[in-house]
Each structure stands twice: as C-alpha cells, then as structure tokens.
Design a protein around this ligand. Structure first.
Ligand SMILES: NC(=O)c1ccc[n+]([C@@H]2O[C@H](COP(=O)([O-])OP(=O)(O)OC[C@H]3O[C@@H](n4cnc5c(N)ncnc54)[C@H](OP(=O)(O)O)[C@@H]3O)[C@@H](O)[C@H]2O)c1
Length: 243
C-alpha cells in the first residue's frame, strides 16, 4: 500500500478545484481529479501532466450517487484508504438580484442537490476509507456568503449580497461540518469549512479581487493541516469567520 497521501477533489477540472489539485500534487500528494465529465477531467489531468504533475481522473458527478459508490470501490481497490477529501464542486445557478421569496422550488432543489445532499452522501460513502487514513482531512468548500451572522448585520459588507439558495446551501454545509466534526472528535479525522475568498473563476466572475492560485491557499492548508489544528472550524487563510 502506498505511503503517499491520496486526495480526492470534486469539481477539480477547473477553477479553485483544479488549482487545489495542482498545489497538492506539487506537495507530493497523489491527487484524484474528480469531475462529472470525463473529457473535462482528462483535459485537467493532461494539463497538469504538461506541468510535470501526475494525477488521475475519477468520475464523480454530484448529481449521481452511483458515481460515489464506484469511486469508493476504485479507491478501495487501488489505495485501500483515502487521506484527503476536498468537497469543492458546487453550483450557483440563480441570477443575482432575485429576491429570497422569488427563488423557485426547482432552484432550491437543484442547488441543494449538488451543494448539500451530494456533498453529504459522497462524504458518507467515502468515510469508511477516510477512517483507514492515519490523518484523514475533509475540506468542505463554503463561502463567506454562508455566514448567517454577517447576512443579519446591516453593517457587514455582504449584507446586500443575498444569493439566497446558494447562501443557504453553504450555511447548511457549515452546519454539516460542525455536526460531522462532533461525530469524529475522537478520531484522527478533521473536518473543515473553508472560505476561499472572492476568486476570479467562472463562478466568482471577473470582478473578483483574488487570482486563482491565491484562492486555493485555504483549501490546501486545511487539506494538509497538522494534528494540532482544531476541527469543525470555518476559516479563510487561518482566520476564523463568523457562522
Ligand atoms: N470563486 C469564488 O469567488 C468562490 C467564493 C466562495 C466560495 N467558492 C466555492 O469554491 C468552490 C469552487 O468554486 P469555483 O469558483 O472554482 O467554481 P467554478 O469555477 O464554477 O467550478 C465549479 C466546479 O464544480 C463542478 N461541478 C458543478 N456541478 C457539478 C456536479 N453536479 N458534479 C460534479 N462537479 C460539478 C464544475 O464542473 P463542470 O466544469 O463540469 O461544470 C467545476 O469543476 C465552490 O464550492 C464554490 O462555492 C467560490
């Protein structure tokens, strides 16, 4: 069995996920590039190979739990364990400016299906393999927009940035992080909620102040967190954010 750490990153074919894969691979982690589309996943693997980094594609579609089970079987057969899971894939499909009461039931469901239900089911499917790691790390990509405290504060910079279904889905991810960290508190596994910053990606848009390499810094640090790092936290670059 390999002693190299093995990481699965969902939505790793582009954006912050691809950059997280690049930075972890540079640190000697064996990265499995999770993607829902094989061609896009393989293109990411090829791109990293061109930079001298060896990674491999694994099919993980957050809308299809059969891919969670087949990914778990493949990881079990090849590595016998999983050291790092970065739950990075997410959608923000609603248009900005839609009032909270105007979000359609379909939008609530499609957002929660990927950002919450898929994330939880994938994590639970992989948990037996993460328990076999000496130092399992689960990084859940959250957002500052998950902060109920800041959304409720008229003086906060995000007070008028209400992307409701997305925000509420990420608040659920935060709460799930705390609950799972509680369950795993007597194990070697740590669970984190990470705010990457506002980053220039397809989701973050051109106005975002942070470049993609900087946007992966929080995920990478938490994926490699040492045993003294507290579990069940919500942070950006080591700074605690309000729930
Ligand atoms: N960018 C920001 O400013 C920002 C701020 C706060 C938090 N975040 C969080 O950071 C994470 C990465 O965001 P990003 O900016 O890198 O977004 P992005 O560029 O839009 O990339 C999103 C990734 O998720 C994948 N994805 C979406 N739905 C999927 C599904 N059903 N199954 C599998 N993969 C799926 C996409 O795959 P396809 O290419 O196939 O669509 C893509 O690889 C997200 O969790 C996001 O909420 C981002």
């Amino acid at each position: 069995m390999t002693t190299t750490r093995v990481a699965l990153i969902t939505g790793a074919n582009k954006g912050i996920g691809l950059e997280t894969a690049r930075q972890l691979a540079r640190q000697g982690v064996h990265v499995l590039i999770g993607a829902r589309d094989e061609a896009r996943g393989q293109a990411a693997v090829q791109q990293l190979a061109g930079e001298g980094l060896t990674t491999e594609f694994i099919h993980v579609d957050m809308n299809d739990a059969t891919t969670f089970r087949s990914a778990a079987s493949a990881i079990e057969a090849k590595f016998g364990r999983l050291d790092i899971l970065v739950n990075n894939a997410a959608v923000m499909e609603e248009s900005r400016g839609v009032l909270p009461s105007q979000i359609t039931p379909e939008m609530w469901r499609s957002t929660f299906e990927v950002n919450v239900f898929g994330l939880i089911e994938l994590t639970n499917t992989l948990l037996p393999l993460i328990r076999k790691s000496e130092a399992g790390r689960i990084v859940n990509l959250s957002s500052i927009l998950a902060s109920t405290t800041l959304h409720a504060d008229p003086a906060s910079p995000i007070y008028d940035s209400k992307v409701t279904a997305y925000d509420v889905s990420k608040a659920a991810v935060n709460s799930w992080t705390v609950h799972l960290a509680w369950e795993l508190k007597d194990t070697a596994i740590k669970v984190f909620a990470a705010h990457p910053g506002w980053v220039k990606t397809d989701m973050g848009g051109d106005m975002a102040p942070m470049e993609i390499p900087d946007g992966a810094v929080t995920s990478v640090a938490l994926a490699l967190a040492d045993p003294s790092t507290p579990s069940g936290t919500f942070t950006h670059k080591g700074e605690t954010l309000p729930w």
